[in-house]
Design a protein around this ligand. Structure first.
Ligand code: GAR
Length: 208
């Protein structure tokens, strides 16, 4: 059983999608052992508690410097034996020492087709606002491994979603979540837990 730690900041619908897919048996070789939120008010913490999963808030602002924040995160994750760190709408950038320590062991969901609408400053609703401003006809979501470059690690899965003429950022965000994020994020956890994902340089190969 792969031990998964999920890092969140907000509503936690992607956390819920993973929980649902564990409950249904679609993911049968992974379990969530802890949920860490950067925000004490995050509804994601309540979702975790409902399942009896350890749920804590570790906030960067509560520490004097980045190093002590990252040390606290590592200590918590290691105490639960976490083998895969899942960033499910986690809005704090993790430093290089952290991404190097957990190389190819951290995955993130991004609400666009990387390399479009990604990098520093592109998160949450802002991503969809920019996609609509540009007038793209297709957007989507990407699951990727996390390295020191924001949204720059090897891509695991992507799924495209059509943009409609009268979309607002909120409507588009919801469609991208429903049609892409909540599908490919659990799928990536399943594939990794079954040992079907191999990283070769900056590319991912999927074993059948
Ligand atoms: C999701 O749309 C996720 O893709 C996005 O934040 C939202 C979190 O929603 N993540 C980013 O923008 C990261 N760059 P959730 O808390 O309901 O899962």
């Amino acid at each position: 059983m792969l031990k998964v730690g999920v890092l969140v900041s907000g509503g936690g619908t992607n956390l819920q999608a993973i929980l649902d897919n564990i409950e249904s048996g679609y993911i049968n070789n992974a379990k969530i052992v802890t949920v860490i939120s950067s925000n004490p008010e995050a509804y994601a913490l309540k979702r975790a508690e409902k399942y009896g999963i350890n749920a804590v808030c570790i906030k960067k602002k509560d520490f004097s410097d980045e190093e002590s924040f990252l040390n606290a995160m590592e200590k918590h994750l290691d105490s639960f034996g976490v083998e895969l760190i899942v960033l499910a709408g986690f809005m704090t950038v993790l430093g290089k020492s952290f991404t190097e320590k957990y190389k190819n062991k951290i995955i993130n969901i991004h609400p666009a087709l990387i390399p479009s609408f990604c990098g520093d400053g592109f998160y949450g609703l802002k991503v969809h606002e920019e996609a609509l401003k540009k007038g793209v006809k297709v957007t989507g979501a990407t699951v990727h491994f996390v390295n020191e470059e924001t949204d720059g690690g090897p891509i695991i899965l992507q799924k495209a979603v059509e943009v409609q003429d009268d979309d607002t950022p909120e409507i588009l965000q919801k469609r991208v979540m429903e049609q892409a994020e909540w599908k490919i994020f659990p799928e990536a956890v399943k594939l990794i837990s079954e040992g079907k994902i191999v990283v070769e340089g900056n590319k991912v190969r999927r074993l059948l």
